[in-house]
Design a protein around this ligand. Sequence first.
Ligand SMILES: [Zn+2]
Length: 375
Amino acid sequence: MLSRAAAAAGEVVKGGRGTGMTHAWLFTGPPGSGREEAARAFAASLMCPDGGCGHCDQCHQVLIGSHPDLEAVRPQGLSYSVKQTRELILRAAGAPTQGRWRVILFEDADRATESAANALLKAIEEPPPRTVWLLCAPAPDDLMITIRSRCRVVNLTNPGTEAVAHVLATRDNVPWETATFAARAAQGHVSRARALALDEDVRRRREAVLSIPRSLTGVGECVFAAERLVKTAEEEAAAATALLNESETSDLRKLYGEGSTGKGLNRGLVRGGAGALKELEDRQKSRATRIKRDSLDSALLELVSFYRDVLAMQFGAGVELANDDIRFDLDQLARASTPEETVRRIDAIMQCRERLGANVNPQIAVEAMMLALRP
Ligand SMILES: [Zn+2]
């Protein structure tokens, strides 16, 4: 799937070499469909003298992220600020140092604030002749129509269970049974499937989330389940950011001369350092918020998959169950409730996701959801 997208894109490049190259591309697909990887493979095909062979220096540098003419950016906090975007646009205007193109890989383009998106639009409307923008987003609708209409859209879909299991088994040497379990549970989300197959903590967290429905026997249990879910998301975010924060902060301190003897230390620089440190801390804080929100959201999606399986059983639909390993729990709830109740529960989870997106206090939103899930 992935290589197909890159190959198709590569053909377009070869065909259009020199003549009217499209300067803005939009790679869309649900989480886990590999849109960033496809965009990166496409970038390699632009840099590689051979249209993306995957082996040469150019390809290699693009794939590991060290190519001087490729800049991959993601939002620093919850979203792209207009400041971050403007700085990027200035850098994007520079000429390529090596090959024909300077490529900007703009991940999560749907997270651009309105003013950042407007700045981006201007850059795409009048692109420097040697700059190519590769935007990534879940769906074309996630971007303003004025941006979308100027992009060539490459749409990816999630691969099936069999294909994902095959990748895990052949590339990561995962035993076939674990590979199918992980692929099925991840519902086509490749990196999620890999994490499930290789990381026991991830499997444990999934089990904890899927055990929630049967634990909701009373109001107290609902409050407790909400507390635990929010706390787990916080711990996950803390673990994911701790190392990163530490090295960023020490880099910045070094940059501003901390640790030197103070001799010849420029006071102005030190004052500037305090400001920069404050800015970095703010950025790190909003990054932690984003990771926490993402982690909570993926737990909620897991719960959705639980109730969707229940619904499938209630309707006797012969579809593949995402959570086949807990078939007993699914079956019990399927018998003890009606399809209408199941649909209402799925709605409650989706509503919780929306409220979290609108910055409602997580504990309050999740608690309300748990109460709605209670039998
Ligand atoms: Zn190459």
